[in-house]
Design a protein around this ligand. Structure first.
Ligand code: ADP
Length: 392
């Protein structure tokens, strides 16, 4: 709430003061009274006054003298003054101080309505002025606050880049350490698994015959160890494929597939294969080997119990394909097979890690190519892939 405005009434006659006070009293207004110029000056030292109503005819210090003293001090210079005088209009000339602040004259006998009206005008001006000052101060505060905020934001922006760089370096470092750790754990793990398998194989060879029923357990240990070793390899590849730089060359796909399919088919008695002639592409031979290995492994593996165990490797338009006539799958459920660990055939007795196709997809995508399939349960599957990598 706003503090009340103060009016100073100065008159040597107590009854005049009382009458004026009675006339002007209203809410939001505090009336200060003084019976002499000296007392009025004392009040002006401590109180902020909106308007002074001075009786001109006073002993010792008259109203004009008081007014001139008020005009001489910065603090009271601009207080509007209403003089109350019993003299005529030429009284006005006696006062020097019109430039500094508003001045008005009322002649006795005072007309109450006119005094009230003039007082109200000065009070309105005072209130407006006070509001303007309040708004100015508020603006000052908010512009100071804005300037402070602007400075703060600027400083933050300037340090942001540095902080991002520092954080990125930290993260890269942590990532590097993590990767190193994962690789070394994976390598050690792979070695231990190999040892388990080697030992199991040695036992099978040396004591297989004596073991009788227990031989099966040993064979299971061995095949699980092989699967775990494959899974570790696949996971290591999955991480590496995204990062390693492609080492591009011309690849004779026909020769490569003949050689690879020859090797893999050896593990699947009764399986055969055909490879189309003159298939060539450009790309990273090591990565494409991994992709083909997975596609061919799957084709032989998932057709090994079917009647038709032919695996075909060929080309249709711009896409290469690997086709089998094995168990196939329902395309409807197959949207996730390119994600790691997604297997449709778990429980069907085909060993696998579920990472192979995820690796194939990453490799094909690194060659700016695409991979897709056609399959039907019991009718076999065809995996197509395109390659758009070109050697510089
Ligand atoms: P997995 O090690 O299980 O073979 P992949 O990532 O190579 O893992 O394949 C994911 C899944 O896709 C397999 O578990 C299998 O269900 C299905 N799949 C892949 N290739 C074939 C295929 N030629 N015939 C039938 N199913 C396949």
């Amino acid at each position: 709430m706003n503090p009340p405005a103060k009016i100073l009434l100065v008159d040597d006659m107590e009854e005049n003061l009382l009458a004026l006070e009675g006339l002007l009293r209203k809410d939001g207004l505090e009336i200060l009274t003084a019976r002499s110029g000296a007392l009025a000056l004392e009040i002006l030292l401590t109180d902020e006054v909106a308007l002074a109503i001075l009786d001109v005819q006073m002993p010792l210090m008259d109203g004009f003298e008081l007014a001139e003293l008020m005009r001489g001090t910065t603090r009271t210079q601009h207080i509007p003054i209403i003089f109350l005088t019993a003299g005529g209009p030429d009284e006005r000339r006696k006062f020097r101080g019109y430039e500094a602040g508003a001045v008005d004259f009322l002649y006795k006998p005072i007309e109450p309505l006119i005094l009230k009206a003039k007082t109200d005008v000065f009070l309105d001006l005072y209130f407006q002025n006070r509001e303007i000052i309040r708004q100015r101060d508020q603006l000052l505060v908010s512009s100071e606050e804005n300037a402070r905020l602007y400075k703060e934001i600027k400083a933050l922006n300037e340090s942001l880049e540095e902080r991002v760089e520092a954080r990125t370096a930290q993260l890269t470092d942590a990532n590097e350490q993590m990767r190193g750790f994962t690789y070394s754990v994976a390598h050690d793990f792979r070695q231990y698994i190999r040892n388990v398998n080697t030992n199991a194989q040695m036992l099978l060879q040396e004591r297989g015959k004596e073991l009788g029923q227990d031989k099966e357990y040993l064979e299971q240990i061995s095949s699980n160890a092989i699967l775990m070793s494959k899974m570790t390899n696949d996971l290591l590849s999955y991480a590496r494929i995204r990062e390693i730089e492609l080492s591009c060359s011309n690849i004779d796909l026909t020769t490569l597939c003949l050689q690879m399919a020859g090797e893999i088919s050896g593990q699947y008695p009764g399986s055969t294969f055909t490879v189309a002639e003159q298939m060539a592409t450009q790309g990273d031979q090591t990565l494409l080997r991994i992709a083909l290995q997975n596609l061919l492994d799957n084709a032989f593996k998932y057709s090994q119990r079917s009647e038709n165990r032919l695996v075909e490797i060929g080309k249709e338009k711009d896409a290469f394909f690997v086709r089998d006539h094995g168990i196939g799958f329902d395309e409807h459920y197959a949207q996730k097979i390119f994600q790691p660990f997604e297997r449709l055939s778990s429980g069907s007795g085909f060993a696998g890690t579920g990472i192979g196709l995820a690796n194939v997809k990453r490799i094909i995508e690194r060659h700016r190519g695409k991979i897709w399939f056609r399959s039907q349960p019991g009718q076999g599957s065809t995996f197509f892939f395109s390659i758009h990598a070109e050697c510089a």
